[in-house]
Write a protein that binds this ligand. Structure first.
Ligand SMILES: Cc1ncc(COP(=O)(O)O)c(C=O)c1O
Length: 348
């Protein structure tokens, strides 16, 4: 187990953040009830606040981003349906095939750029059962990811998001945003989250990434959507009791850890520029819009990661010549300086 503060610099993910002392203090004093019975006041406060922030009628507090997405996908679809998403989407790559196992749905993959789809690509990817002589599955849901994790933390332009929703609706599809890092997207684009998601039926928001809470995601949507989602949460085993202890951390994060994401973005840009100047790395600066840096490496990425690890710096290699650096709450300017010195010494 690694505790924060640590002598190591941990760039593996923004999920490694640990609750701060102030956050733990708020959790300690949180009023709680029984959320399965619907009377945990802190959960209710969180759900109401997030629903209002996103301009939706209702919200549901759940254990993880994966659970939130799984519940959303299951609520939107029936077995035999098809979900349209980018080929790098987290729901497709990293959620255990839940779309298949839990929804009985197939996935139509779109070849987006940096994880971002175009309205035309979405239009071409939606297959409807009706009129196909029973050949096609029923394309019934379009899922966008904002920011796109594997896209390098890239963000959708608002016009594109709106146009994708229009296309999806015109084809009778529901719309879902995997907004695990949606506050990063909001800060980077200057579009507030309610406006960003205005034309989308559901949004999943994570609190245990850049926002620094230990656990928790919130799914928002219409009252009828969330009522159905509530039942799926129960069936997936996600009904919980004194969850207010966790909701308190999320409320604290909303108050104290949203605006500071700008610091992560600023540091990420500095790191990306520094890496790009070293012969070992190539970073597509156009994708460095938020808190992530994906770098191509000349030497095998695993070797590069091992050299950094020997120097007290951790990150993940994602493929043979690609690694990822993620900036978050526990990365300071001092860490960026140390990372720069080590990088120049090893690879300059
Ligand atoms: C874009 C995206 N969606 C969903 C998730 C899933 O979140 P969790 O790890 O809380 O299940 C992640 C996790 O990193 C993610 O990056």
């Amino acid at each position: 187990m690694r505790e924060h503060p640590s002598s190591r610099i941990d760039f593996r993910s923004d999920t490694v953040t640990q609750p701060t002392t102030a956050m733990r203090d708020i959790m300690h004093h949180a009023p709680v009830g029984d959320d399965v019975l619907g009377d945990d006041p802190t959960v209710i406060e969180l759900q109401d606040r997030v629903a209002e922030m996103f301009g939706k009628e209702a919200a549901l507090f759940v254990a993880s981003g994966t659970m939130s997405n799984a519940i959303a996908l299951r609520t939107h679809t029936v077995p035999g349906d098809e979900i349209v998403c980018d080929k790098t989407a987290h729901i497709y790559r990293y959620e255990g095939g839940g779309y298949a196992a839990l929804c009985g749905a197939s996935v139509a993959l779109v070849e987006g750029k940096s994880g971002l789809m175009t309205p035309e690509q979405v239009q071409n990817a939606v297959r409807k059962a009706e009129g196909s002589g029973s050949h096609y599955p029923n394309g019934s849901l379009v899922c966008v990811e904002n920011t796109s994790n594997l896209g390098g933390g890239s963000c959708y332009e608002q016009d594109t998001l709106d146009a994708i929703a229009v296309v999806a609706k015109s084809l009778g599809c529901g719309t879902h945003v995997d907004g695990a890092r949606i506050f990063n997207a909001a800060l980077a684009t200057g579009v507030d989250v309610a406006r960003m998601c205005r034309h989308y039926d559901s949004v999943s928001i994570c609190f245990s990434k850049g926002l620094g809470a230990p656990v928790g995601s919130v799914l928002v949507g219409s009252a009828s959507f969330i009522a159905k989602a509530h039942r799926w949460r129960k069936m997936f085993g996600g009904g919980w009791r004194q969850a207010g202890v966790l909701a308190a951390a999320c409320l604290y994060a909303l108050d104290h850890h949203v605006d500071r994401l700008e610091d992560d973005h600023r540091r990420a840009k500095r790191i990306a520029e520094m890496m790009n100047e070293l012969p070992m790395f190539t970073v597509d600066m156009a994708t460095v819009q938020t808190n992530m840096i994906y770098a191509e490496t000349i030497e095998p990425a695993a070797d590069v990661v091992a050299k950094y690890a020997e120097n007290g710096i951790d990150m993940f290699d994602l493929s043979s010549h690609r690694l990822r650096v993620v900036v978050h709450l526990h990365i300071t300017d001092e860490d960026v300086k140390r990372f720069t010195e080590v990088s120049k010494r090893l690879f300059g």
